[in-house]
Structures are given as structure tokens and as C-alpha cells.
Design a protein around this ligand. Structure first.
Ligand code: SAM
Length: 257
């Protein structure tokens, strides 16, 4: 996956993932708690980033359970392994996880990056025990359709177009329920959550990192103007500017027992 755009060694990427954990972990924990993750479960997290979700899972499953936290690049999880939490390098497109099948296979904010996303869903379902749960939390960019001012709406359109050219699907969140249904999973439940945030907030800072890291490419490959980017950075720091840009859709579904 050398094509993965937001590589960990980009300046600011570790901070961006830390912010992502702070912004998304509460909703991820809410949905995983609803599934009923608890003592003794064996869990696999894929594309775990800095491992914040796996660390929480390890607390929930306790000493009789086990969590395997995996990432193509596990460098940001250095030092978190121990006890019932194992960390491993793993490519979800090509590798087989040790210890399958699992009670829970979880992924957040990875499938949109993978051209093989549909086949990866098939693979993840295969790694579930009968009665096990799949959890997928992925973005859906429909809030960008209403962004103001118009110059910023255009910037987001260009961003999504640029991403599409790199086979990143920013509308994948809505597709997951149908895919898991096709895989024969049941008890499907899916909810989107879109934050309304202002300049200076963690969310604005997260986007500031996200766009800064790829700004040169957005300009050279995506036709984004310097003026639009400068306005974006200014608004991202303006506490009077409120907007909404991204929803995260959390889908859970169960393999029949
Ligand atoms: C946007 S980050 C999300 C990190 C974390 N899941 C979160 O939500 O905070 C995507 C992660 O997936 C990892 N990744 C990319 N391609 C992968 C692959 N083929 N298999 C496993 N992990 C991959 C990246 O290294 C990165 O850590």
C-alpha cells in the first residue's frame, strides 16, 4: 500500500491521528458498547493507527479476552502492547490474521483509502466467528454539499474529485450496510454522525493538518487555488466560522450463529 496518501511520516500525521482519536473515540466506544463487547471477547482491529480504540477494547475484554491491534505501519503503537493487547504489522488486503476467527473485527477510517475495499469486507467477514460482530466506521462527505461560502464548497468538491482520482472513496460510509447484507450478515445497524464545528476547534485543527499535509498535491493535481486554501486556513482559525464537512457512518452487523 505505498499509495496510502496520509503516510505516518508526513509532518503532523501523528498529531492528526491523535486528534482523530480524541474526536472519534467517544462515538466509536458508544457503538462498540452497544454491540456488547465485553469480558473474554477476542477482537481484531485493522488499520488501528495509534491504537486508541484497541487500548479501550483491551480494557473491556479484560484478562480473559484478547485484542490484536494491526496496521500496515504499526510504528505509532510502539509501547502499547502488553497483557491482552498484541500489536502487529498487517496488510488487510493481502495478509491473514493469526488467531482467527474473532468475536469482533473492527475498522475505522481505512476502507475509504483502499481500492480493494469491497473485497476487504469479504475478507473481514471470513475472519468472524459464527455470532461474531463486524464494526465499520467510515466517512461520508455529504455535509460538504452545503458548505458556505461558495468558494469553500468548490474547494471541497475539488478535494473529493482529487481523492477520487487516487481511488479514495469519500462516500463509502453509506455503502457498507448493503455490502455486509450481501455477505449474509444480519442485525445490521448503521448511523451517521456529522459534527458542526467552528474555527479553532479540534475538528478544524484536524482538517488543517489533513489539508496541509497534501496541499502541494491538491494544488498541482487537483486544481485547488492558493486563494481558496488561504481562505480555508483562515476560516479554520476563526471561532466565528461554523461549518460541517464530514459525517462518520458507523455500521455494525452480525454473522449468523
Ligand atoms: C486514517 S488512518 C485511521 C487510523 C485509526 N483507525 C483511527 O481511526 O484513528 C488509516 C490507517 O490505516 C493504515 N493502513 C493503510 N493501509 C492499510 C492496509 N492495507 N492494511 C492495514 N492498515 C492500513 C494506515 O497506516 C493508517 O494508520
Amino acid at each position: 500500500m505505498s499509495d496510502y496518501v496520509w503516510q505516518h511520516d508526513l509532518t503532523g500525521e501523528a498529531d492528526r491521528l491523535r486528534l482523530m482519536s480524541r474526536l472519534l473515540d467517544p462515538s466509536t466506544r458508544f457503538h462498540l458498547s452497544r454491540i456488547g463487547v465485553g469480558a473474554g471477547w477476542r477482537c481484531l482491529e485493522i488499520g488501528a493507527g495509534n491504537g486508541s480504540v484497541s487500548q479501550w477494547l483491551a480494557q473491556q475484554v479484560g484478562p480473559s479476552g484478547h485484542v490484536l491491534a494491526t496496521d500496515l505501519r504499526p510504528d505509532l503503537m510502539q509501547g502499547i502492547a502488553g497483557g491482552n493487547l498484541e500489536v502487529r504489522a498487517f496488510d488487510v488486503v493481502h495478509d491473514e490474521p493469526p488467531g482467527a476467527p474473532f468475536d469482533l473485527v473492527a475498522v475505522r477510517a481505512l476502507l475509504h483509502h483502499l481500492p480493494e475495499r469491497r473485497a476487504v469486507v469479504t475478507r473481514m467477514v471470513r475472519w468472524l466467528k459464527p455470532g461474531g460482530w463486524l464494526f465499520v466506521q467510515e466517512p461520508d462527505f455529504y455535509p460538504t454539499w452545503t458548505v458556505e461560502p461558495p468558494s469553500q464548497k468548490i474547494l471541497w468538491e475539488q478535494f473529493i474529485c482529487w481523492a477520487d482520482a487516487h481511488q479514495i472513496d469519500y462516500y463509502v460510509g453509506r455503502k457498507i450496510p448493503a455490502w455486509v447484507q450481501q455477505e449474509g450478515l444480519t442485525e445490521i445497524s448503521s448511523q451517521g454522525h456529522a459534527e458542526v464545528y467552528n474555527g479553532g476547534s479540534d475538528f478544524a485543527q484536524w482538517w488543517d493538518y489533513g489539508l496541509s499535509e497534501v496541499a502541494a498535491r491538491l494544488k498541482s493535481e487537483g486544481g485547488v487555488s492558493d486563494a481558496a486554501l488561504d481562505e480555508f486556513y483562515a476560516l479554520a482559525r476563526d471561532p466565528d466560522y461554523w461549518t460541517t464537512t464530514i459525517a462518520f457512518t458507523a455500521t455494525s452487523a452480525r454473522k449468523p450463529g
